[in-house]
Design a protein around this ligand. Sequence first.
Ligand code: SF4
Length: 473
Amino acid sequence: MPAPTLTFHTLGCRLNQSESDTLATAFSKEGYQIVDNTTAAGVPVTAGVPTADICVINTCSVTESAEAKCRHIIRKTLRKSPNTFIAVTGCYAQVGVSALKKIPGIDLIAGTEYKMMLPSLVKQVEEKGVSKLSEPLVFHTPKIGQDDFSLPLPAHDLFYRHTRPNIKIQDGCDFFCTFCIIPFTRGRERSRKWDDVLLEASLWAAQGYQEIVLTGVNLGEYAAEGRGLADLVEALEAIDSLRRIRISSIEPTTVPLRLYDRMRDGKVCPYLHLPLQSGSNTVLSNMGRRYTREDYIRFVKEAFARVPDLCLGADVMVGFPGEEDVEFDETITLIESLPFAYLHVFPFSERKGTRVTRMNLPKVPSSTIKKRSQYLIDLSKKKRERFYQNAVGKSFDVLFEHRNEVGLFEGLTGNYIRVGVATDENLSGQIRPVRIEKVTDGLAYAVLHGGGLLLSHLPPLPQQINRRNHKKR
Ligand code: SF4
C-alpha cells in the first residue's frame, strides 16, 4: 500500500515554521509521505496540487486578524479537499478551541501541550481506518507544562526545503507585555535540553547545511543546566563543518554582550533583530516593555561599537492605545537617529485576552494607524536602501540558495543583504565570497571572487524584482 500523504499549512512566526519542520520529521519517521503544497507564507497553493490524505494546519493567534486568516485557510482547505483528514494545531488551537470546534469538517484539534504528539495521535486514528470524523477529537489542556524539553531529531533522508534549518531552542515567555497573547498560547518560559540542541545542529551540519537559525519565543532567556544563550552559541561554534549561526529575534534586555564578540570574531552572523515597538517612554511603559527609549539607544550603540557591519532590524507597533502624535514623533526621531537596516511595521489591533484591553487607554483611529504605518514603511525602505548602498564595493561571504526569475543565483550575506550573481554554476547551499557592485531595492548585484560572469553579460536587469521584504519572525 502506498504511504499516506501529508501536507502542512503553516501560519505565523518562524517558530511555527520550525515546529512544522520538526513535525514533518516525526511524521516521516511514522511512515507518512510529506507533500509540500504551501508557499513560504503558508498560503495554500491549490491549482494542480495533489490532495493529501492528511493536512496539518499549524495556526497563529497573535492578532484577531491572524485568527481570522486561520479560519479562512481551514475553510478553504475543507472546500478544496473535503475528504482530507484535517488536524489543527498551533496557538489558535490553544486559545481558540471553542471557535474551532464550531467549524464542521475539522477532524482533530491539538493544543500546545499536545502539538508535538500530533504524529502519534494521527497515527492512532489512521490505524483504526478512519478518514473523516463527524466531530473533532480534541486534545487540549489550559495548563501548559513548564519543563525543559527535547524534540525529534531530523531524519537523514527528509525532504527539506530551506537552505538554513531553524532549530527551536526555547519556548514560552514570562514577560507578559500588555499587547501580547503569546504567554497564554505558548505558556511560560522553558528551554530545550542542551545535548538535544547540539545533536540536532551536528546532524544538520553532517548533512551539509552550513547555517542554522536559532529560534524561540524569548531566545535570550534560554537557560539549560545553568548555561545561557552565549554558552550555547560557543558550544555550537565548536561543530567544525557548521559555518554560520544566526540568532532570530531577541528581546533588547536579554542580549548577552558575549554574543557581540561571537558576531565579530566567531561564527555568529552579524545580524540583530531587536524589537523596538515604540520610541516613546509613555507607550513603552503602557506596553509593559522592560526598557526605555534611552536604554534601547544605548543597546544599539553598544552593538555597533562591537560589531561594525551589523544588520539591525526591529519590529515597530503602530497605533498602540494612547499613542498621540507626540509619541509617534518620538518613535520617528529614534528610528531616524539609529542605523536600522529594516523595520517590520505592525499596526496595532486589539487582541481579546491581553492586558491592554482592560487598561482604558484611548484608541487610535484606524485611519491614523494606516497613515502612520505607511510613513514607517516608507522610512524602512529608505533605511534599507542606505544599508545596501553602504555595502557597494565591499566583499562578503554569501550562502547561496536558488536561481531567481532573471537567472541570477541568489543568497544572503551574514548581515542579511540579499545578493544576486550572474553565473553558470549551481551554487545552491555553498558559501562563496563576492564583491557587491551595485544595488536596487531589495537586491545587491555582485561578482564572485575569482569567477562568475560580469554583469554586462546579462540581459538588462529590472529596476526592481518583486520580492518579499525580510522574513518576519
Ligand atoms: S517579550 Fe513581550 S511581545 Fe515578546 S513574546 Fe514575550 S510577552 Fe510577547
